[in-house]
Design a protein around this ligand. Structure first.
Ligand SMILES: [Cu+2]
Length: 142
């Protein structure tokens, strides 16, 4: 009996490790090319967690930007300001939208001038130690 319990426990632990990143979808990933003379730009996406595990994004980085942060827009007496979020959690079978006026990606300090159509890579690090690499092309704000 003890042996069966042990085997069951191992299977459960393996189950936790077998998060399939293919179950995590970044829909409509949009990154804007920074405006001329501007060293900050924004990115938006809908993150869909189709897995049966809660996922947490611990960090996001990009070879094209020195700093990538997740921000949330908050209203204070009618004035919008942004705060940095350190981690972003998406419960199982749920989604989180990064959209204008809400949570968003803030891409700061590009390593070189980024023009419309240039490839942007985002490296997503999950708390499960898995890494996802996303690619999109910078679009114009106008
Ligand atoms: Cu921001």
């Amino acid at each position: 009996m003890k042996k069966i319990l042990t085997i069951t426990l191992i299977l459960v632990l393996m189950g936790c490790d077998s998060l399939k990143t293919s179950d995590i979808i970044f829909n409509d990933l949009t990154v804007y090319a920074p405006r001329a003379g501007n060293r900050v730009t924004a990115g938006f996406t809908d993150i869909i967690n189709n897995s049966s595990d809660t996922i947490t994004i611990n960090s996001i980085s990009s070879p094209q930007f020195n700093i990538v942060e997740i921000h949330e827009t908050i209203m204070n007496n009618g004035i919008a300001s942004m705060i940095k979020i350190n981690t972003l959690t998406i419960p199982e079978k749920q989604s989180v939208s990064l959209k204008p006026g809400g949570k968003h990606l803030m891409l700061i300090d590009p390593v070189k001038r980024i023009n419309e159509g240039e490839e942007i890579t985002l490296i997503i690090e999950l708390s499960s130690n898995e890494t996802m690499t996303l690619k999109t092309t910078a679009v114009s704000r106008f």
